[in-house]
Design a protein around this ligand. Structure first.
Ligand code: SI3
Length: 300
């Protein structure tokens, strides 16, 4: 019997790694690498919490069946090694999202996150909250996080408007993964946040500002390979190196393909290529980014 309190009683804080989805060179999901990935995160990066099948994990390019198999493998391999596994279950339609939410509950996930559907977009907070409510009903006891990422979804509804009154609609509501750049909206979310909620920031380039505004932690792809580095930065007061590194990445053209390749270079994991339409990173560009990374963080 586990002595750990149920996830609903464990507030999610700190740096949560958004994981990449390992694929084979033929583009099929590669379950074999997940155990090694978890060990790399716990042993080399000191990661305790993961966020799977999100943007970094290319969830929207995966089938529902693939997402289920992956979520199951992440949860199984994380047992006894990670504190919490949050599974992103948002899809373009309600039925698939509900199916994945119910599945996440069955496989012992510690929480679910849901993105706004972005083909038929909600134009105000109300229909979005109704959508989130319907998904939450499929897994009513699992901590529920709203995943706000307006630059990707094109859903320009303030996260703070979504949060207002949501605890009455979704009793399992546990916070927001805020991947927007509007720090005023983030601040509003923090001030509206209930004691057991987590406001987790997701734009790594602005993480320091978000923490200053009271965010309780972060969910980011960079935590997969930079967490040990963040600790060095904290120790040595290199506060500016982090945005510097990330800004360099952005200038050189940063997307999931580049990010995945950088993770492969730094971790040695076999993560394979991204799935179309995301293109793999040209080898030269990746070497150049890895070199820059090592020049800014020689000790990492
Ligand atoms: C659009 C995107 O991929 N954003 C990343 C960031 O960590 C991002 O890679 C970083 O800020 C560098 O731009 C995360 O917010 C994504 C994330 O947490 C997820 O996988 O769901």
């Amino acid at each position: 019997m586990s002595l750990m309190a149920p996830a609903a009683e464990r507030k999610l804080t700190g740096l949560v790694a958004a994981t990449f989805t390992p694929l084979t060179t033929q583009g099929e999901i590669n379950l074999k690498e997940i155990g090694r990935y978890i060990d790399y995160l716990t042993e080399k990066q000191g990661v305790n919490n993961i966020f799977v099948n999100g943007t970094t994990g290319e969830s929207m390019s995966l089938s529902v069946a693939e997402r289920k198999i992956l979520a199951e493998e992440w949860c199984q391999k994380a047992k006894g090694k990670m504190d919490q596994v949050i599974v992103h279950v948002g899809c373009m339609n309600l039925k698939d999202s509900q199916e994945l939410a119910g599945h996440a509950a069955q496989i012992g996930a510690d929480g679910i996150a849901v993105i706004a559907p972005s083909f038929f977009k909600p134009s105000t907070a109300e229909p979005l909250k109704m959508f989130l409510h319907e998904v939450a009903l499929a897994a009513p006891t699992l901590p529920f996080y709203y995943y706000h990422i307006p630059a990707v979804t094109g859903v320009n509804v303030l996260a703070s408007d979504v949060l207002e009154g949501i605890e009455e609609l979704i009793p399992s509501f546990s916070g927001v993964k805020f991947s927007g750049v509007d720090l005023m909206d983030l601040g509003q979310c923090v001030s509206y946040s209930q004691p057991r909620w987590s406001v987790l920031y997701g734009v790594d380039e602005q993480l320091l500002a978000a923490l200053a505004l009271g965010a309780h932690g972060a969910v980011g792809s960079d935590s997969s390979y930079m967490l040990s580095c963040y600790r060095q930065i904290k120790k040595r007061h290199y506060n500016l190196s982090l945005p510097l590194h990330l800004c360099f990445l952005l200038i050189t053209g940063f997307d999931v393909g580049v990010n995945k390749q950088l993770m492969i270079e730094l971790s040695g994991l076999n993560l394979g290529p991204p799935r179309l339409p995301v293109m793999p990173c040209p080898h030269e560009q990746c070497l150049c980014i890895a070199q820059k990374y090592h020049s800014i963080f020689p000790e990492c």
